[in-house]
Design a binder for this molecule. Structure first.
Ligand code: GMT
Length: 374
């Protein structure tokens, strides 16, 4: 198949899922064309069957913000016509689903079929904002196929946008060649922590929804009882707030900021516990990648994370903000070697059974065929 993929190229979950999907489809022999304003974050090696088309916007004194949406729609139409795309798969509804609709209007033909994958904040935060609501609803409805990364998100979309079309749930996935337990030859434990310290990690875009202050609070409670080190991977607006809190609590020597990392599996493999105390999470890709590396996850209940983490089996889920319960759960594992080992084993095996890329990529391929009617 000839498939176009549009996503945000930055280090966020939707871009990562889109990139990994494109790479895996290309490995299976499909011709995949990425269309975005920059090379996607994890698309850092050359691969056969993969193409990248950069969207350029022209500045003009009249524009406060150059109209990226128009430039993207124009580029999509150009790539569709030039390469004969059969599927245009857009990740994150705002504004990509709208651009895909516009592109198809531009070339006035029935192909490609447009598939929109909903990722989370495009529904729960951005798309539901009054300034984007109507156009988001229209564009989702105008798609030939709609997928959501969890049952939770599909239900939220129906509730928020009153969508009556089928929303196919296709869960996020991980690449088992990269995300697995075991030692990494490039990075030793003592590069990141003292020999007696447990490694606690967290990966996110440091936005308020991730509750970075809770991460620090949980870690503070943990390190009062056992020697531990906190590794923070990512960048974002709450970094300043977090640094202030770390200083205030006197934890500066025990916390390392590692910035955005393209090979997060290196740090995950060395971790003992992964923390993700988010307010809202449609799926929690970072949690899945940690589990795949055999790291139990301490997280929050009530959102899409319940489809990824099994409370008391491969991690623990507590109410948003209950940092004491989260710290207690972490300590329960860190202070009981056998239980920790059991959780580690379950983390890896359950992730592999349910979310291995091989299975999920086939679900996407099957869905493409259904939408194409072949
Ligand atoms: O808001 C973010 O955390 C980034 C966002 C994205 O679209 O880049 O992440 C969302 O999509 C991920 C991939 O499907 C999911 O794993 C995350 O749970 C989801 N984030 C939220 O729902 C907050």
């Amino acid at each position: 198949m000839k498939i176009g993929i549009t996503c945000y190229p930055v280090a966020g979950g939707s871009g990562i899922v889109a990139t990994e999907l494109g790479r895996k489809l290309a490995e299976r022999g499909h011709q995949v064309h990425f269309i975005s304003y920059a090379l996607p974050f994890r698309l850092d090696v050359y691969q056969q069957n993969l193409f990248f088309h950069e969207v350029e916007t022209t500045a003009y004194p009249l524009f406060k913000h150059p109209p990226y949406t128009l430039a993207l729609a124009t580029k999509m139409a150009e790539v569709i016509s030039h390469y004969g795309l059969e599927i245009l798969h857009v990740h994150y509804a705002v504004p990509h689903a709208t651009c895909a609709f516009l592109a198809k209007q531009l070339i006035e033909c029935t192909r490609p079929k447009i598939i929109t994958t909903l990722h989370g904040t495009d529904i729960t935060l951005v798309g539901s904002d009054p300034s984007y609501y109507d156009i988001t609803r229209f564009s989702i409805n105008a798609s030939d196929g709609i997928t959501a990364v969890s049952r939770y998100l599909a239900d939220e979309t129906v509730r928020e946008f009153k969508i009556s079309k089928e929303i196919r749930v296709i869960h996020n996935f991980f690449d088992s060649e990269r995300f697995n337990p075991g030692d990494d030859p490039c990075c030793k434990r003592n590069y990141l922590a003292n020999p007696d310290e447990f490694i606690i990690s967290h990966i996110s875009n440091f936005r308020p929804v991730k509750r970075l202050i809770d991460v620090i609070d949980i870690f503070d409670k943990i390190q009062m009882k056992v020697p531990a080190r906190l590794l923070l991977i990512g960048e974002g607006p709450d970094a300043v707030l977090a640094r202030r809190q770390i200083n205030k609590k006197g934890l500066t020597d025990k916390v390392k900021f590692l910035g955005n990392q393209s090979r997060v599996e290196v740090v995950l493999r060395l971790s003992d516990i992964f923390l993700l105390p988010s307010e809202e999470e449609s799926f929690g890709l970072a949690a899945l990648e940690a589990l795949a590396c055999g790291v139990p996850v301490i997280s929050t209940s009530g959102t899409g994370l319940t489809e990824v983490i099994e409370h008391g089996v491969n991690g623990y889920l507590h109410q948003v903000g209950d940092t004491s319960a989260m710290a207690d759960s972490a300590l329960e594992l860190l202070q009981n070697k056998e239980k920790h080992a059991l959780f580690r084993e379950k983390a890896h095996t359950l992730a592999d059974e349910r979310f291995n890329a091989d299975r999920i990529i086939s679900e996407y391929e099957q869905y493409y065929q259904e939408i194409l009617g072949v």
